[in-house]
Design a protein around this ligand. Structure first.
Ligand SMILES: [Zn+2]
Ligand SMILES: [Zn+2]
Length: 223
């Protein structure tokens, strides 16, 4: 499979929001999109990827992670005649808010054998947030206020995509808290969810702490 990075920007930062596509067969078809913030649908249209997706998984319901997910689902259903399968956080609230009863018929559930494991992570009090673990290979943290590098999923993952702030705050763990993980875990951990103006500072800290690096749009990984 191939993992392609679509965006890396957190809320209010210029550029495309944190999002990535898993291409299970190495060809650009049957894609699985992880997170679909407010700027992502436009980017998918530019890349001509909207019609190449089968599944969209959402980590939580902040706008920089879900803000154009319903637009994408409606586009796939109404324009492409190909309903998306949706997973991760429950989409029901989003679909109902955007499209009332029609929302229910826009998407399909994941198939029973879809290889996704999710687990809750702390982010904003009272808000459900999930980490997404695909096929025992790719661990995506979503937004978390604690490091997930000490989880069993991190131990077996081939690649970890982790959000981190330059300095920890109430909603996001800091890069420094990733530094405590074992060397081999850090070596497969790529950091995302940043403002483009901070890219060089992120790169310097990733190097200092032994992390794999900073994700940038357009990167891809073979797994
Ligand atoms: Zn976010
Ligand atoms: Zn968030």
């Amino acid at each position: 499979m191939q993992l392609e990075i679509i965006g890396t920007s957190g809320a209010f930062a210029p550029g495309t929001n944190v999002s990535m596509i898993i291409w299970p067969q190495d060809t650009k078809q049957n894609g699985i999109l992880l997170d679909c913030g407010f700027s992502v649908f436009q980017k998918l249209q530019e890349l001509n990827f909207s019609s190449k997706l089968d599944v969209v998984l959402l980590s939580h319901l902040h706008q920089d992670h879900c803000g154009s997910a319903v637009t994408l689902a409606e586009f796939c259903d109404q324009i492409n005649n190909h309903k998306l399968r949706t997973g991760g956080i429950d989409w029901q609230e989003l679909l109902t808010l955007s499209d009332a009863d029609e929302g229910k018929i826009r998407t399909l559930p994941l198939t029973a054998n879809f290889p996704l494991q999710t687990f809750p992570v702390p982010h904003v009090k009272g808000m459900k947030s999930l980490a997404l673990f695909y096929d025992n290979k790719i661990l995506y943290s979503g937004d978390t206020s604690v490091s997930l590098l000490d989880t069993p999923q991190a131990a077996i993952a081939k690649l970890i995509i982790h959000d981190a702030a330059l300095k920890s705050n109430a909603f996001h763990c800091g890069l420094k808290s990733l530094a405590d993980a074992p060397k081999e875990i850090k070596a497969k951990t790529w950091v995302t969810h940043y403002h483009p103006k901070d890219l060089e500072a992120y790169k310097a800290l990733c190097q200092e702490y032994g992390l794999a690096g900073v994700l940038e749009a357009g990167m891809s990984f073979q797994l």
